[in-house]
Design a protein. Structure first.
Lengths: 112, 116
């Protein structure tokens, strides 16, 4: 069975400071992991993906995530937040075409 | 625009009425997914198609929900005898098949249903 837990429902940071959005997963086999972003009134967009190659994955807009098997984590980070990063972020685990499971989401707010 | 298109974007209906949503995927994508998203939650998987075959439908919320993809292109999601609890955003996504691409979904902007 697979599951994904996003540890924070809401994260607020100041513009220019680092962002950390936390995600833990559970999977009985080696999963593929993803982060998606949803801006207000926009469709979900893929930020980055991990598929058992390099454990540090770089995505769009300066985001990256590190796969840590020992901690079953796939946290999303960005060195310096921008106002345009304000959105909802979803961690996703995939084991097959029919098993693509979304977390409950983390709303990221950016303070000027 | 060659992205995933969903219609209508908004639907307000009275309890007990039937509603149908349409999804036009990216043309070269053979997989099509339907998800439901309620406020404050992540998308919840409903069903998916590979070409015209519906390969997983056990997650459809009840027998009032049905989906079709008759020619392997566009898809429809129908909800019969709507209930207030059906109010949600219904999301469609498409993708290509293949192990390396599993999970890479391209989403439409969704169809928001409000049941009065």
């Amino acid at each position: 069975a697979q599951s994904v837990t996003q540890l924070d429902s809401h994260v607020s940071v100041s513009e220019g400071t680092p962002v950390l959005l936390r995600c833990n997963y559970s999977s009985s086999y080696s999963p593929s992991l993803f982060w998606y972003v949803q801006h207000p009134n926009k469709g979900l967009q893929l930020l980055l993906k991990y598929t058992s190659a390099a454990t540090l994955v770089k995505g769009i807009n300066g985001f990256e995530a590190e796969f840590k098997k020992s901690e079953t984590s796939f946290h999303l980070t960005k060195p310096s937040a921008h106002m345009s990063d304000a959105a909802e972020y979803f961690c996703v685990v995939s084991g097959s075409a029919s098993k693509i499971i979304f977390g409950s989401g983390t709303r990221l707010s950016i303070r000027p | 625009d060659t992205g995933v298109s969903q219609n209508p974007r908004h639907k307000i209906t009275k309890r007990g009425q039937n509603v149908t949503f349409r999804c036009d995927p990216i043309s070269e994508h053979n997989r099509l997914y339907w998800y439901r998203q309620t406020l404050g939650q992540g998308p919840e998987f409903l069903t998916y198609f590979q070409n015209e075959a519906q390969l997983e439908k056990s997650r459809l919320l009840s027998d009032r929900f049905s989906a079709e993809r008759p020619k392997g292109s566009f898809s429809t999601l129908e909800i019969q005898r709507t209930e207030q609890g059906d109010s949600a955003m219904y999301l469609c996504a498409s993708s290509v098949s293949g192990q390396l691409r599993a999970g890479e979904l391209f989403f439409g902007e969704g169809s928001r249903l409000t049941v009065l």
